[in-house]
Design a protein around this ligand. Structure first.
Ligand code: AQP
Length: 333
């Protein structure tokens, strides 16, 4: 256990957790939990940057918590809580709104992607979301943040904010957090469009494998997944021209923890139905037990609320101490 390292990461409670969340985040969270102290947060303040139905949001917070536990996170080892229950996140985010520069935020590509064409109608929260993410991390003085490719730019901004704060106030208050980039783990793409990432908010349920999907759902979705009419090529270069086919092969390799080359060697020259059958089998073996556990945990909402409450208490102790220091440095009484 590395005592100098503190990991922070969050997941938005915006819908059902899916295979992308599992391979891109949760699976790694469990590995990190064995190596160091970790804080895993259900980031409900981030979720409301886009309107959420209040009842659905409540359910999604519990469902995301169940997803954390079902994939193997242990609330005795890691701090598991929901962001809005520790008010320091919002308080520090305001201070960071006054540290970050408009030009920095204007460069954030995720805002441009999520706001779409009509950015005048996007919430201000969506625009300043990266400042809140910086506050999430720095409120605990976290030193390491597991990030996917899509979050790398936001972590850079967090580092800029930490640096500017330390320089402006001439005190080394915040560590400059390091990204933890997973080796060999690709972005999981939509099953319907290999150029778009698999996402909770995609309208088509056929675009993703949800962790709660039954074996039948998985078989159906993989059968319907876009692939290619020709045979599976024998090299990565040719495969890269077919994003949907490459996505299926990448998922298979991530699940089995073997290289893309090894998978290509196994399936080259075969048609995609062969790969799809194999992939469905592996998905059923790995994902269905997690889905069953999520459903079991959701039967006892009081237990999930208790886990969040206990995590909140632990998080609050760290947050209050750090915020006191920050308030003092800024000049608040
Ligand atoms: N398709 C993906 N492939 C790999 N990693 C992914 N993650 C999400 N989708 C993929 C990783 O999961 C963690 C939690 O993500 P999040 O739910 O907080 O936000 P997101 O990235 O915006 O996920 P979605 O599914 O696309 O949500 P919506 O649709 O609500 O915006 C992150 O570490 C993320 O990298």
């Amino acid at each position: 256990m590395d005592k100098n390292k503190l990991v922070f990461s969050g997941v938005q409670p915006t819908g059902n957790l899916h295979l992308g969340n599992y391979l891109g985040a949760l699976k790694n969270f469990v590995t990190l939990q064995k190596q160091t102290k970790c804080i895993y947060c259900v980031v409900d303040l981030h979720a409301i940057t886009v309107f959420q139905d209040p009842n659905e949001l409540k359910n999604n917070i519990l469902e995301t918590t169940a997803g954390f536990l079902a994939t193997g996170l242990d609330s005795k080892k890691s701090i598991i809580f929901n962001q809005s229950s520790v008010s320091g996140h919002a308080e520090l985010a305001w201070i960071f709104n006054c540290i970050a520069r408009v030009g920095w935020l204007n460069r954030m590509t995720q805002f441009k992607d999520k706001a779409g064409k009509d950015k005048e109608k996007a919430s201000v929260g969506l625009y300043i979301y990266p400042n809140l993410m910086a506050a999430d991390i720095l409120l605990y003085k976290a030193t390491h943040v597991p990030v996917g490719a899509d979050q790398k730019q936001h972590l850079e901004l967090c580092r800029d904010i930490a640096q500017k704060f330390n320089t402006d106030f001439k005190k080394n208050i915040f560590p400059i957090p390091e990204p933890l980039i997973q080796k060999n783990i690709s972005r999981v793409m939509s099953l319907r469009d290999g150029t778009k990432k698999m996402s909770k908010s995609d309208e088509s349920g056929y675009s993703r494998i949800d962790l709660k999907d039954s074996a039948d759902d998985i078989i159906k979705k993989i059968k319907k997944a876009k692939s290619d009419s020709s045979f599976i090529p024998d090299n990565l270069k040719d495969l890269e021209k077919k994003p949907e086919a490459l996505n299926l092969i990448s998922i298979y390799s991530d699940l089995l923890e073997i290289s893309l080359e090894q998978v290509i060697n196994e399936v080259k020259g075969k048609d995609y139905s062969y790969l799809k059958n194999k992939l469905s089998e592996v998905l059923i073996e790995i994902i269905c037990p997690i889905g069953k556990e999520i459903k079991n945990l959701l039967e006892d909402k009081n237990y999930l609320e208790k886990v969040l409450k206990e995590g909140t208490e632990k998080a609050r102790i760290l947050a209050v101490d750090n915020l006191k220091e920050v308030r003092n440095v800024v000049g608040f009484i």
